[in-house]
Design a protein around this ligand. Structure first.
Ligand SMILES: Cc1ncc(COP(=O)(O)O)c(C=O)c1O
Length: 449
């Protein structure tokens, strides 16, 4: 262990304002730093480490596959682990999905979805279909295409001049819904906002609509009911718009079913995913393609003009395959449902009367707690106070890692935490997580005074 600051070292750190914590090892739901201090990983990184840390079985899968064949270029070859993983994914996908295009992460999956939607339209003579509609208060990735359909000011604003201007509609976000906050009964005005946008822009120029079934980092835990998705599906069908479900966070079991969309009874055209699919042991992502999309594409073309060097990487695929085995062998989907309910119950117990918590929400093990300066008005804290950073600092000091975020109140306002622990979390650890978060929030608010 050196004594000099890592801020002065060769790694270009994402956050140059604080000394990073060096993690040395991890096991189950805990990360350990070089001094041996444990951190409960309450966000599984960012909804990544689904089956928990330190699994020998996955380390073996990596080693075995790397020794056999670590790489063969996807433009020319395919390997057995890739085929096997695609078969397993399709066997667990919503009905009517038959193909998987592999990527190395979530942004790549979203870009692949946009490009496939575009190529299907082009193949069918709809060259003017260029726009991708998304929702306000959303995050779909860091690359320029994915960022253009993102609505989170702090991530987007520095790059606005580089981005295509894409249409954004209202989110389905009951806590801050202008139509139904009082009644808390969704009137589907938010879904109809898609219809209004289609009318305003002209259906003939819209290629796709993208949304998360359970929102991750931008408004964690916000989830629309099946009626919302039915309305969205109906609007997309009527106007020949490709419906992309962004399940980068909510997919791969985090919702308590393999895909969150399976709980809605609505079939999207494409499902973009990543994160939990490799559970943190490999950089892996995927685009699940419905029969209709694939058939429409294949009828006109045989070459998808898209791909990355590491698409379908055999080592990553071998890991993805074992992750599915582990989730099934250990009954982790059922565990997500049980622990998810416990987490939401405990969060309500801890925060329903808290003066600075406006909303608690979530599905499965994807939950969010939104902080407000004032509950009655729902006004957020002044962003310059940096509440979310203080909450994170106080959590880390107490051995808890949470994924902090902001912008849920629009522009730069709003502070929240995303809770998405590994599926193997147990009852006591859920309780420990909530207790520590409450202490940390109180300590953070006290520092503001
Ligand atoms: C919903 C959603 N889509 C896309 C992405 C981008 O994924 P990645 O960071 O793997 O590129 C993220 C990442 O947080 C995400 O939460």
């Amino acid at each position: 262990m050196g004594t000099t600051s890592l801020l002065d070292g060769p790694v270009f750190l994402r956050d140059l304002s604080r000394e990073p914590i060096v993690i040395e090892r991890a096991k189950g739901v805990y990360l350990y730093d070089e001094s041996g201090k444990a951190y409960l990983d309450a966000a599984a990184g960012a909804a990544v480490a689904s089956v928990g840390h330190g699994r020998e079985e996955l380390a073996d899968a990596l080693r075995e596959q790397a020794a056999k064949v670590a790489y063969a270029h996807p433009g020319a070859f395919i390997t057995r682990p890739t085929i096997e993983l695609a078969e397993k994914i399709i066997a667990r996908a919503p009905e009517g999905f038959s193909r998987v295009f592999f990527t190395s992460g979530g942004s790549e999956s979203v870009e692949a979805a946009i490009k496939l939607a575009r190529q299907v339209h082009l193949a069918h003579g709809r060259a003017e279909r260029v726009k991708v509609v998304s929702r306000r208060t959303s995050y779909h990735g860091a690359t320029l295409g994915a960022l253009a359909i993102t609505d989170q000011a702090e991530r987007v604003v520095p790059f606005t001049a580089l981005l295509r201007v894409e249409p954004k509609i209202a989110p389905c976000y009951p806590y801050r819904c202008t139509w139904c906050f009082e009644s808390r009964q969704c009137t589907l005005e938010c879904a109809d906002d898609l219809e209004r946008m289609v009318e305003a822009e002209g259906a003939a120029c819209i290629a796709a609509f993208i949304a998360e079934p359970i929102v991750g980092s931008s408004a964690p835990g916000a989830a629309a009911d099946p009626a919302y998705w039915r309305r969205v599906r109906e609007i997309c069908d009527r106007h020949h718009i490709v419906f992309i479900a962004d399940e980068v966070m909510s997919g791969n079991g985090r919702s308590g079913t393999w895909w969150a969309m399976q709980q809605t009874g609505v079939k999207p055209d494409l499902i973009a995913t990543a994160k939990g699919i490799g559970a943190g042991y490999a950089s892996l992502g995927a685009l699940l393609v419905s029969d209709e999309m694939f058939d429409a594409f294949r009828a006109q073309r045989s070459d998808f003009r898209h791909g990355h060097t590491f698409s379908g990487h055999p080592v990553a695929a071998a890991v993805g395959s074992r992750v599915i085995d582990i989730i099934e062998r250990e009954g982790l989907l059922a565990r997500v449902r049980v622990m998810g309910e416990r987490l939401i119950t405990r969060l309500h117990e801890a925060f329903d009367d808290h003066p600075h918590v406006g909303d608690v929400r979530g599905r499965g093990l994807l939950a969010g707690v939104e902080f407000v300066a004032d509950r009655a008005s729902r006004n957020p804290f002044d962003p310059s106070l940096g509440l979310r950073s203080l909450v994170r600092q106080e959590c880390l000091a107490r051995g808890l890692y949470i994924y902090q975020g902001g912008g849920s109140a629009g522009a730069l306002g709003g502070d929240h935490v995303l809770l998405a622990p590994p599926f193997v979390i147990d009852e006591e650890q859920v309780d420990e997580l909530v207790r520590t978060l409450r202490d940390a929030l109180d300590a953070a608010v006290a520092r503001l005074r």
